[in-house]
Design a protein around this ligand. Structure first.
Ligand code: NAD
Length: 460
């Protein structure tokens, strides 16, 4: 089947490349012509492990191409995935102007029947609006449009593996033909007929994905409900961490035991600086606004959001307490991306922390394994440094803000030697307090006992 992908960001590029690698003919388009220019010479505008190999392989097979002409993409494709951004408006609601724009372009260009698939995360009832918009904008050219929702659950950093090996594929449809087409599109993934570059030479045996057919409204709700629940788990663990700090517990012991209960599960129970990125914060906001608009007060999620926002202030307060005077202190920062294995800094807690400390007069020296280039455009007045040991050199404090594997594996003895004052604040709870104390650091994290001198080493 000939497919089009509109929007060549994280989701669009992964979707387009993986569908093409699985055997479909894909044409991908974006309003940003510089981005299309890069893609046309084989350069990726984002960092996503493994995506370069999939894109290269699909392009070499002649199944993936890029164009800045959305009308061409809409004309040649049988099914069109909308993967454009849905950022938050000031009100917290999702900004659907890019979706509206794409609907207008598809409707004016189409000359035959199209299945238009929402892959962007959108509030419930967007499908209805989209169908209506396509009819209105395309009224003069007579093409028929069917609309479906196919929310995307990939995680940046492991997006390629997630696309090839999803737990579930959710399709919200309102007619049998749309369901048939979507089954055909996903058939290679349901049957394991694809070349997965993540697990060379062979993927480990795993159950195939569940193919869930729902109404469009349910599919839209599934995505918001899932992301909101993940945020809820993180905020819950963070409040438990606060309690541990006051009552002398250890949040890692508590959440580990909680996670062993299969009704709870171990994931997304890590205490720390809280969640960021282009999904959870904005999706939770949009879900709260959507509920409110329809007369449901989602107070539970408002609290999830409030707890998460407060993590930044709590961390900065830890820095203030440890440094006493922040002004003119040299503070090193390890990690800017909102999570490891991505260069995405959108709504990254690390960026907020850095901005707060700049405002308080600290001298910031910051680093990240891949996000420095992106951060340059949003952080002014900081020194960017590639090498983590250089970040630590002469610093009054070092802050660990993203849980990159590279940072776990640093020579911490050397970091200790490099620092002016060996003060380490771990915003992600990735280092062992006892080990850091033994190395001579003054070490602070979230919800774990602050060790006094002569620590006892606990075996794992
Ligand atoms: N990033 C994730 O991990 C993730 C995961 C699941 C779902 N989502 C959802 O998928 C959607 C896209 O997210 P993303 O992270 O890929 O965003 P992104 O910002 O990386 O990419 C969006 C792309 O759409 C392009 N675009 C905007 N308007 C356009 C238009 N009118 N025509 C053509 N292209 C246009 C932009 O230039 C950009 O390249 C969002 O709704 C997001 O919530 C994201």
């Amino acid at each position: 089947m000939r497919l089009a992908v509109v929007g060549c960001g994280y989701v669009g590029l992964v979707t387009g490349s993986c569908l093409a690698e699985a055997g479909h003919e894909v044409i991908a388009t974006d309003v940003d012509s510089a981005r299309i220019g890069m893609l046309n010479v084989g350069r990726l505008p984002i960092y996503e492990p493994g995506l370069d190999r999939v894109m290269e392989s699909a392009s070499a097979a002649g199944r993936l191409r890029f164009t800045s002409d959305c009308a061409e993409a809409a004309r040649v494709a049988d099914a069109i995935f909308i993967c454009v951004g849905t950022p938050p408006l000031d009100s917290g609601e999702a900004d659907l102007s890019a979706i509206d724009n794409v609907a207008r372009q598809i409707a004016s260009a189409a000359r035959s029947a199209k299945l238009v698939i929402e892959k962007s995360t959108v509030p419930a009832q967007t499908g209805e609006q989209l169908r209506h918009a396509l009819q209105i904008y395309g009224r003069s050219n007579g093409a028929a449009f069917r609309v479906a929702s196919n929310p995307e659950f990939l995680r940046e950093g492991t997006a390629v593996g997630d696309f090839f090996h999803p737990d579930r594929i959710v399709v919200g449809v309102e007619d049998p033909e749309s369901e048939r087409q979507l089954r055909e599109i996903y058939q290679p993934f349901l049957e394991g007929r694809f070349h997965c570059p993540v697990h060379e030479p062979k993927c480990p045996p795993a159950p195939g994905p569940v193919f869930l057919v729902t109404t469009i409204a349910s599919a839209e709700l599934i995505k918001h409900a899932s992301n909101s629940f993940l945020g809820l788990k993180i905020s819950y663990a963070n409040v438990i961490a606060d309690l541990c700090e006051r009552l002398g517990g250890n949040v890692e012991e508590v959440t580990r035991a909680m996670g062993l209960d299969p009704r709870i599960g171990p994931h997304f129970l890590n205490a720390g600086l809280g969640f960021g990125g282009f999904c959870l914060p904005k999706d939770i906001q949009a879900f709260i606004r959507l509920a409110g608009k329809h007369g449901v007060d989602f107070g539970l999620l408002k609290e999830v959001e409030a707890v998460n926002k407060h993590r930044i202030e709590q961390f900065v307060e830890k820095v203030r307490r440890a440094l006493w005077v922040v002004k003119e202190k040299t503070v090193g920062v390890l990690g800017l991306a909102f999570k490891p294995n991505t260069d995405d800094i959108r709504f990254a807690p690390a960026i907020d922390v850095v901005r707060r400390l700049i405002a308080e007069g600290a001298r910031l020296r910051v680093s990240d394994p891949v996000a420095i280039e992106r951060a340059r455009s949003v952080l002014k007045g900081v020194e960017f440094v590639e090498d983590a040991y250089h970040v630590a050199r002469g610093a009054d404090a070092l802050l660990l803000l993203t849980e990159w594997r590279e940072y776990r594996e640093l020579d911490w003895k050397r970091i200790h030697r490099e620092m002016g004052r060996p003060l380490l604040l771990d915003g992600r709870n990735i280092l062992a307090p006892a080990k850091m104390k033994e190395l001579g650091f003054e070490y602070h994290s979230f919800g774990r006992p602050e060790l006094s001198a002569n620590p006892v080493l606990v075996s794992s």
